[in-house]
Design a protein around this ligand. Sequence first.
Ligand SMILES: Nc1ncnc2c1ncn2[C@@H]1O[C@H](COP(=O)(O)OP(=O)(O)OP(=O)(O)O)[C@@H](O)[C@H]1O
Length: 680
Amino acid sequence: MHLIQPNRFDQLREARRGLLEDGVVPAGLVDDVVSRSWTRSQMAGLSPTEPPMAPPVSSGAELRRALAREYDFLSHARPVMEFLFDQMRDSGAMVILADAQGMLLHSLGDAEFLQRAERVSLCPGALWREEYRGTNAIGTCIVDQTPTVIQGGEHYLERNGFLTCAAAPVMAPDGHLKGVLDISGDQRGYHPHTFALVRSATRMIEDRLFHARHANDQLLRLHPHVEGLGGVGEGLLAVTEDGWVMGANAVAQQWLSLSASQIGAVTLDRLLGPQAQRLLNLPATGTPTRVTTMNGQTLFARDEPDRRRRIWAVANAAETDDRGAAGRPGGSTATALPVRPVRSHRPKDDVRLSKALARALRVQAQGIPVLLQGESGTGKEVFSRQLHREGDRGNKPFVAVNCAALPETLIEAELFGYVGGAFTGARREGSPGRIRQAEGGTLFLDEIGDMPLALQARLLRVLQDKCVVPVGGCHPVPVDFVLVCATHRNLREAVAQGEFREDLFWRINGLTVQLPALRERGDMVELIDDMLHSLAHDMKRHEVPSLADEVLQALQQHPWPGNLRQLHAVLRTACALLGPHDSELHWEHFGEDLWDDVFSRPIRADDALDDRLAAQARQQAALTAAPGPESAPETNLRRLSNSAIERAIRDSDGNMTQAARLLGISRNTLYRRIKQMSTH
Ligand SMILES: Nc1ncnc2c1ncn2[C@@H]1O[C@H](COP(=O)(O)OP(=O)(O)OP(=O)(O)O)[C@@H](O)[C@H]1O
């Protein structure tokens, strides 16, 4: 057991006096980490003796949103936290998980200590960033992104002086901070092993996140010793079939001198030279192979041939498997959480998209054109604007031209410009055209697949010669721009059908980025959250609206043919219909169109929303006549589901609250079902 020595108290008092009276922490009295953090706390306007002005504790709705956003993080961290807590049960301590913004998401602890902790808001929903609570292990760990111990009087606020806390950052597989794991206890009971414990626990969480995130990538295990492969301290790399490094845990990053920003933007041969090919084609026996890093360190590497085979099999059957998994009731961890992503065809598309953006930025920096493909409304223009903003031409013009929206007769003049009087109706002074307006910046050609063939030839010439000849003119004008094209059409097919020039296709297709349809994305909860935040801002609402669980689940299951555009429009209407003092969106805030759209689909057995009804219906089916062989399964299910409802209402003597309870659904859902029954 480690106790703060009496002279340590004197040193802390002296150091604090120096900070408060002279504005400087005298050297040598406290650790540099603490000294820097005290200075930051003081600059944030905090006083060690005063409680914070407005204790920063989030509202229930904000906490629910954070829990939904961090669903994956929590479900991977919970088992590790429980294991950790088991190791320290009855030691008067607690285990805490915070997100990267310092909001406490989950805690486990001895009842007595939890009560004391709650008095200083060490409980879910509270924000423990340094600027609110001064020096503390969670907040300081977020700033320094390194394991941190803050003991007793090292806490900036005196009221927190009874605590000793050890925190370590949890890094996401893309190398960014995901959150913080912390063990807090009474400062008299601190043991140095706690620090080691919390660090190994974060490793375990990081590895779980890594494996979950990269279930569909080839995995390489690395370690300086063969026996270390497969153990807790191994390095993990996720690579795609063509060698792009999509993820690396902290040790792999360190061994390969890889920075977080490079993940998703480098290939393995950039890190390991010609040895990369060997790693991408490891023998099917799973035998480790030796590689030398750029720093001259020897590492052993091994992949998992079985996993490679499984990935291949899963890729072929992805649709079926994902639906099955989504429909199954979750384990205890999953059901304990408020919002459960129901459907996840390709998880973490948000990360894939940010990787795609990083790759596109690098390619574009070399002047190479980028081609965006995706259904209408998937955000191709939004992506191209972001590419422009974040690229090195961000302060130059961004010029967007929709090739499908312009009449064929005008598109030439619009793009290439014209000299005065070049055609009837032309302006006397002529026009430079959109290409020249993009000088120095980005030209975005939307729906390039709809460009007439004759113009394709002219565009090709501009791209080859880097010059424009205006309509009616004869002098080429030099131009400098980067090109981003977008289309919802399959350009390869258009080439095969002779509708698109093959030479132009290769010219505009330096890098293709495929934007996924909304129904294929795995980040619906985050997208909705982002949209609600920006809508709340635009509509000047005091609070960001949240969604009733059942609505969120239904939205997640909707096929969204209009993609992000449709989702945005639906949420905008719902927010506009929400009363000024209300904060939760329910079905009544959504238009009838969506209602019909969502509920006119056949009920499927794997719809989570309908699981309970379906189960009851199936039960009832066993008691009543078996459905006729001529009926479609979904019709049977609907019929059975309807009779389960009728029966529950009958059994409850028309008491709807009781009927809903019998069915295990909310009253709103019950009313909705009844309305639906009456329209079928
Ligand atoms: N990342 C995003 N976050 C929030 N809303 C978005 C996002 N991306 C797109 N949207 C919404 O979707 C709408 C359509 O986006 P955008 O015009 O970029 O799609 P598109 O794929 O270019 O569509 P089209 O093919 O029909 O031209 C935007 O106006 C915006 O409302």
